[in-house]
Write a protein that binds this ligand. Sequence first.
Ligand code: AHR
Length: 675
Amino acid sequence: MTTNNPFPTATISVQADQPKAISPDLWGIFFEDLNYAADGGLYAELIQNRSFEYQVTEQPTWNCLTAWELVERGGGEGSLLVGAAEPIHPNNPHYGVLQVNQPGEGVGLMNAGFGGISVQAGQLYDLSLFARVLFVGERWAPHEEEANAEEVTVWAPHEDDLRAAPSRDEGLGQIIARLESASGEVLGEVQLPSPGKDWTRLSATISVSATDEAARFVLLMHQKGGLALDVVSLFPRQTFRERPNGLRADLAQTIADLKPKFVRFPGGCLVHGNGLGNMYRWKDTIGPIEQRREQANLWGYHQTVGLGYTEYFQFCEDIGAKPLPVVPAGVCCQNSNFTSGKGQKGLPLDEMPAFIQEVLDLIEWANGPADSLWGAKRAEAGHPEPFGLEYLGIGNEEHITPVFKERFAMIYEAVKAKHPGIIVVGTVGPFHSGKDYDEGWKIANELELEMVDEHYYEQPEWFWNNLERYDRYNRATSAVYVGEYAAHDNERKSTLRSALAEAAYMTALERNGDVARLASYAPLLAKRGHFHWMPDLIYFDNTRVSLTINYFVQQLFGQNAGDVSFPVTIDFPGELNVLAASCVREDASGDLILKIVSRADVPVLAQLDLSSMGAIESTASYTVLGGDPLAENLFGQTPVVSPRTSNIPASERFSYEIPAHSLNVIRVKAAPKMA
Ligand code: AHR
């Protein structure tokens, strides 16, 4: 954007006489397990395919043994197989079978996690696994009583074998679990207790002596026999808030630093799923991890659902955010089954009552007393107090069809009948306009929904050109949750230009915070090497977290949210929408927070007129995020654009130089009144 005057001037005035209460929950986040956001990402599990449930339907080269390798040391010989008879739980049908024919110096299995297991010297790692002794000695050896019987079976082993073979009651001897470097150096190890003939949960802690970014987990047996293994799990002791089955501390903290007021989860498209059988069913994601039903992730990988509803709700509580779970609307994704937009299917109507009950049970699980049926399950998981669910999403950017409408209305009406206080968030399709949007809004108006979810991914220009969108929205109908948005710059790069377009748009949301009640950028997380969608807010690998400029925008708005918004007028000659601004008051501190976004190529000399707000203290703080509009923060490098905070003299009217291409957050305090 070029302006004629190299140093143009503007007057930016705030009108104190028109305060408007805005949503206290405006800025939140949307978490979806895509780009390895959960498994291999935020969920701190270090073992990949811990339950031997990977399938060829998830990736063509995958099977139950993916990520596992047989290890044969010093003359050892054995095999690694898959078992399915007598699993730990029907939801978890496969397990690994380690068979040792010649122990040598150890036969076992190895897992290198999600591209290497990152461990740190001096830290503790909690191991747990389920094991079951299948046989001791030779697989086909008879039971002792059979071996001693006069009639020898056709499978009788050679007498040397019988002498060498341990008794079945002796167990499998020493089983060692260790963390090793790629070259085999032992970083920490522990001897496991003997498993029994039935599934036994074994646990131990491995203390690590040296830091390694790409360690491997190895489990070694030293005796002939067969061992069934499942849910082999390894967590750093230091998860976020040290919660067991918890979250990766650095990533979770990065999210917490956004100061989100709510978290929408678990999707996204993940919720409605690839076909009806792949819908995200919350009940499959609670309870002991070995009983959860894992399934394909429609983004092309696998969900352990180890990060399930208990963990999502707990995370929300830990970071002071309200949970906003999304349940399927009884239909699957319209892009299901390779059908590009035509694959929506509805649950058979005779299955809807049970499905609706599942949704009602979710509300009881979240909010019911600990002695209610589902509240008791929450209590069993360690959370007797209700979670205080306020929002519930039904459906994700659906194709708005009669099939959808019928099922959505059934679920919505049942929820409102039983829980009138829950704010249901409906859907108006995948785009900011068009047929689904119009039809979605018709349903919202018919059913008088409190809120609908709008999604849009557009070029930066679109955001600047649509700053007035919500000025025009009807305040008497449904409020809006902008559940997914992002400015997509050229090559989908996370440039300053894209971040400023989002920032400008956020000022418009803030001044319309009475109707635009919630907003969340999308997607949130992406692991290097596993991109299904770009751009994303936060990039990471196994050890590093990289913040985009867009992250800093979200953070600045999250940290400078308000309760009341005041109109701001911008008097700036020349092109429209070069500057955008909003002003809010944060009730807790009484601070006025003025946000100004500029896409001018040159600094703008602004006169800030706060005179209608009363006396202003003589110092203000200001934070600037600005630079080259095409700049990007590159992974693993010091950010080229990050916020800088300083102080300036302030008064009712003061001048402020708005740097070219910048977001500016100016905090002023009203001066104490003179006696
Ligand atoms: O945010 C990525 C995807 O974009 C979401 O899963 C979906 O709702 C939208 O299409």
